[in-house]
Write a protein that binds this ligand. Structure first.
Ligand code: SD4
Length: 328
């Protein structure tokens, strides 16, 4: 099924690059070879601007690893983006706690979870990957490491998020909203000009979550997975459900078995749905979205329900695509 494409405000040259193409060319989401590298995909509509930041690196023969870090940092730093990094909505105790992970083409991994006061958890994750013998640090230990490594301690709770939290306290009902403002966690995956894949995923998690709650976004295999022989995948949505099926790793493995990126994402979403059915639970208030690239530069996505979009940028231009989905 072809996803509907929506051209949004983006770099003027990128838009121009799309115009004049036959419709069939715009409709094809299958690139035939690594000749189509570089390529970057990211979740939700803020992915458009994040992809532009990544492209500054990818378009200049930079590495996919640098590109995904710089791409998601743009969103982490933006106080208007209230589901990632600085400005993120707090947990129910009023604390902004951040989760992130990063993975490169050599299976190097770094992850940070329940990190407070640091604006760029993705860079902390990368520092853990590159400078420690470990792959994941959480909470106070992660903060200690970040401060020792030179990151600055900051207040991440912006006025708008604090106001929303105080409003939430009046009822204290935990009811995650699906497709919130069409942006949420940013997951980004990229294929660079050398044919190498990397990915990054960063979030403030579900708004008003319990203190100490972790979702999928810092868990390698769940929120993100990269295998340079196969492809790269990242996830957004209700992390509990993604963890239940180890979603991103599952999608990579299904691509290894021969499925296209979209087919593999769809199969993972269908499995998640079956796990709901098994537990006799409703999916009504749940959204899950996967995006995937294979090592040939083919890409695709699939969501549990309507409303998930992802951003793509390659040499042909930039676009925001409504992902195909299982349920209305
Ligand atoms: C989490 N997957 O913490 C993240 C949040 C998210 O839509 O993407 N929400 O579970």
């Amino acid at each position: 099924m072809l996803a509907r494409r929506t051209l949004l405000k983006t770099g003027a040259s990128a838009i121009l690059a799309w115009f004049g193409k036959p419709l069939a060319a715009l409709a094809s989401n299958v690139n035939s070879s690594k000749k189509n590298a570089p390529l970057v995909l990211s979740t939700w509509n803020f992915g458009l601007k994040a992809n532009e930041a990544a492209w500054q690196i990818l378009g200049n023969n930079g590495t996919a690893l640098d590109a995904v870090e710089q791409g998601v940092k743009l969103v982490e730093a933006d106080p208007e983006e209230r589901s990632v990094g600085y400005g993120g909505r707090p947990d129910r105790d009023g604390n902004v706690t951040l989760d992130a992970c990063i993975m490169d083409h050599e299976a190097n991994i770094g992850a940070v979870a329940y990190l407070q006061h640091i604006k760029h958890p993705i860079s902390v994750a990368r520092a853990i990957m590159e400078k420690t013998p470990h792959v994941m640090l959480v909470g106070d230990g992660a903060l200690k490491f970040a401060l020792e490594t030179g990151f600055k301690k900051e207040n991440l709770l912006v006025e708008a998020s604090e106001k929303e939290w105080k409003e939430w306290l009046k009822t204290s009902q935990y009811k995650p909203v699906v497709n919130i403002e069409n942006h949420d966690t940013i997951g980004m995956i990229a294929l660079d000009a050398n044919g190498n894949l990397s990915g990054a995923c960063t979030t403030s998690g579900m708004a008003f979550k319990m203190a100490g709650r972790l979702g999928d976004s810092s868990i390698i295999g769940a929120g993100l997975y990269v295998d340079n022989e196969v492809g790269a995948v990242t996830a957004t949505g209700h992390g509990e459900e993604v963890i239940r099926v180890v979603g991103s790793h599952l999608v990579v493995e299904m691509m290894r078995q021969g499925k296209s990126p979209e087919q593999a994402c769809k199969a993972a979403v269908e499995l998640i749905k079956r796990k709901f059915d098994l537990r006799k639970k409703q999916t009504k208030d749940t959204q899950i979205g996967f995006i995937a690239i294979n090592n040939q530069g083919e890409y695709g996505a699939f969501a549990l329900r309507k409303g998930f979009s992802y951003a793509v940028k390659n040499n042909k231009g930039s676009s925001l695509i409504d992902a195909p989905y299982l349920l209305d």
